[in-house]
Write a protein that binds this ligand. Structure first.
Ligand code: SF4
Length: 318
């Protein structure tokens, strides 16, 4: 399969008055065309920052301080503003948990689709843009007549679908979905994930699904990347990680989620709290909470180790 995205030793920092937040601290990963990667971890682990970094949408004072983000081999970090503008939407789209942040309440849905299309595709006629919008709505299972409605006339689930449509209208090949189901109830959430799965096949989409919800990941992802404290703890095939997580943090995360492993004897909670990213712990960033830490964990950061077809960052596998 063709590689669509590769991050190489990416570092993102936020200088603040008490120091520098090392939000992403040396992340490397690869993504192949057509796969769905679930990016999971606790709040503040850096997963959303990673999504925003790929599109160079970091809010100040956040900045990429080093590393590469290769999209089809081209480094996004080095792109000019003009190049990055043409990439956003056209090639890489991002959807968020609250559709109302992406949809303008003052305009009808058709007007918003048409404006997006006309901005990115010079010379396109309004009528053709409207037809494209009708088609995308049909593929989302929404009657095209609803194009004439305003966002407030729709339910939360319907708005979420419309937002995906806005993301897909320019035929991107990479979709970054940041906690897309957080505002949905359980039934609408399941329908939404089914839809995402259908669209992925229909459009050969590559998806980065950023979520704290491991149930979503289990339903959709081919591969999982577990993040902790701005670093990658473990990455590998979803089935293997659910079946037998290697990193102690992945083990704790899975054990703390109900209904993922039906044979789990009891629900666990992970002791301690996420690390201070201004003054991260020396050695392995997880060592203050790790039940399996050994001496070296407190002084030296573990490198990435290949183990059972996965990459894991832990001294236990050296
Ligand atoms: Fe735990 Fe050490 Fe592995 Fe870190 S490197 S996860 S502290 S065992």
């Amino acid at each position: 399969m063709e590689q669509i995205l590769e991050l190489k030793d990416l570092k993102v920092q936020f200088p603040i008055n008490i120091g520098t937040v090392r939000a992403i601290d040396g992340v490397s990963l690869k993504l192949e065309q057509g796969e769905v990667m679930g990016l999971v971890g606790e709040s503040g682990c850096g997963k959303s920052t990673l999504g925003f970094s790929i599109l160079r949408l970091l809010r100040p004072p956040g900045r990429i301080v080093s590393g590469e983000i290769l999209y089809h081999g081209q480094d996004i970090v080095q792109m000019s503003e003009k190049e990055i503008l043409s990439l956003r939407g056209n090639k890489i789209a991002m959807i968020f948990q609250d559709p109302l942040t992406s949809l303008n309440p003052l305009f009808r849905i058709d007007q918003q689709f048409i404006e997006t299309l006309l901005t990115h595709e010079k010379g396109l006629e309004k009528k053709s843009a409207f037809t494209r919008a009708e088609k995308i709505l049909e593929s989302l299972g929404i009657s095209p007549e609803r194009l004439l409605e305003y966002p407030h006339q729709m339910s939360g689930g319907m708005r979420q679908r419309i937002m995906i449509g806005m993301g897909l209208i320019l035929n991107p090949d990479l979709l970054i979905a940041d906690e897309p189901t957080t505002s949905l109830d359980v039934i609408v959430e399941a329908q939404f994930l089914d839809l995402l799965n259908d669209l992925r096949r229909q459009y050969n989409l590559t998806i980065i699904l950023i979520t704290h919800n491991l149930g979503n990941v289990a339903q959709l992802a081919d591969r999982i990347t577990v993040m902790y404290g701005g670093t990658i703890a473990e990455t590998g095939p979803a089935g293997a990680i659910f079946e037998d997580p290697l990193h102690p943090y992945s083990q704790g995360l899975l054990a703390s989620i109900p209904n993922i492993k039906l044979d789990q004897p009891k629900l666990m909670t992970m002791p301690g709290s996420p690390p201070d990213l201004v003054n991260p712990p020396a050695g392995c960033v997880f060592h203050p909470r790790c039940p399996r830490a050994i001496d070296i964990c407190k002084v030296e950061r573990p490198g990435v180790i290949k183990q059972d077809g996965r990459l894991v960052s832990c001294w236990l596998y050296r």
